[in-house]
Design a binder for this molecule. Structure first.
Ligand SMILES: N[C@@H](CCC(=O)N[C@@H](CS)C(=O)NCC(=O)O)C(=O)O
Length: 213
C-alpha cells in the first residue's frame, strides 16, 4: 500500500492528503512529528531534503508535493483532477505555481508574529502587499466560475484551496464563496488541523519558521 509521510499541520502535505482522499487511493499514513524526527536517518533515507510530504508507492519513492500530485494523477487518473483543454491545463499550472512559489513564501513573514517571533516591519509590509496583489489576481481569475479552470474541481483547488482558507478573504467575495465550497468537502473536513493539534505543534512551527528567516 502507498505510504504517505505527513503531519497534520503541514500545508504542503495536506494537498497530497486531499488528493489521496479525493481519488480514494488507499494509503498508510506515517506521521512525521516535525519535532526533529525529520532529521533522523530513517526519514532522511526517504527524503534527503528532510521535508514532508513524501510517498513510497510499491517501492517508488517520491518527494515534493507538486511532483507527487502529478504522479497520483498519472497513476490513478480517476476521478481526474487535471482538465484536458490547453487553456484549462495552463490555468491549473499557473495557480499551482503562484500558490507555491509566490503566495506561500509571502505568508511566512505574516505568520511569524502569530507564533511569537519577531518580524522586520518592512518585510511584513512587503509580504502583505504581495498577498494582496495575488488575492486580487485570483479573485479576477475566478470571475463567475465555480472553479479556477471552469466547472471542474481540479488540482488548482487542491493546491490553492489548502492555503487560501487560512487567509482573510473578506475583501474577495468570489474567493470567499469558493473557499467555503471547498471547506465543506469531505476531504477538507478530514484533513483540517484542529486548534488542539496546532497548539501542540506551535513550538515545532516556531523552530521551522526560525530556520527559514
Ligand atoms: N517544496 C516542498 C516543501 C516541503 C516543506 O517545506 N515541508 C515542510 C512542512 S510544511 C517541512 O517538512 N519542514 C520541515 C523543516 O523545515 O524542518 C513541497 O512542496 O513538498
Amino acid at each position: 500500500m502507498l505510504k504517505f509521510y505527513y503531519n497534520p499541520i503541514s500545508v504542503n502535505a495536506r494537498r497530497v492528503w486531499v488528493a489521496l482522499l479525493e481519488k480514494q487511493i488507499p494509503f498508510e499514513p506515517i506521521l512525521v512529528r516535525l519535532d526533529g524526527d525529520q532529521f533522523h536517518d530513517d526519514f532522511t533515507t526517504i527524503n534527503p531534503l528532510q521535508r514532508i510530504p513524501a510517498i513510497v508507492d510499491n517501492g517508488f519513492r517520491l518527494v515534493e508535493s507538486l511532483a507527487i500530485l502529478d504522479y497520483l494523477e498519472a497513476k490513478y487518473p480517476n476521478p481526474p483532477l487535471m482538465p484536458s483543454g490547453p487553456e484549462a491545463i495552463a490555468v491549473v499550472r499557473m495557480i499551482e505555481a503562484i500558490t507555491v512559489v509566490e503566495l506561500q513564501p509571502a505568508t511566512i513573514p505574516l505568520t511569524r508574529p502569530l507564533v511569537g517571533l519577531e518580524v522586520d516591519p518592512q518585510k511584513f509590509e512587503a509580504a502583505q502587499q504581495r498577498v494582496t496583489s495575488i488575492l486580487h489576481f485570483f479573485e479576477e481569475l475566478l470571475n463567475q466560475q465555480m472553479y479556477f479552470a471552469g466547472d471542474e474541481f481540479t488540482l488548482a483547488e487542491v493546491v490553492a484551496g489548502t492555503l487560501l482558507p487560512s487567509l482573510s478573504l473578506e475583501d474577495y467575495p468570489r474567493l470567499k464563496a469558493w473557499s467555503e465550497r471547498l471547506t465543506h468537502r469531505e476531504s477538507w473536513q478530514q484533513t483540517i488541523a484542529s486548534p488542539e493539534v496546532i497548539e501542540v505543534a506551535l513550538p515545532n512551527i516556531r523552530k521551522i519558521l526560525e530556520r527559514r528567516s
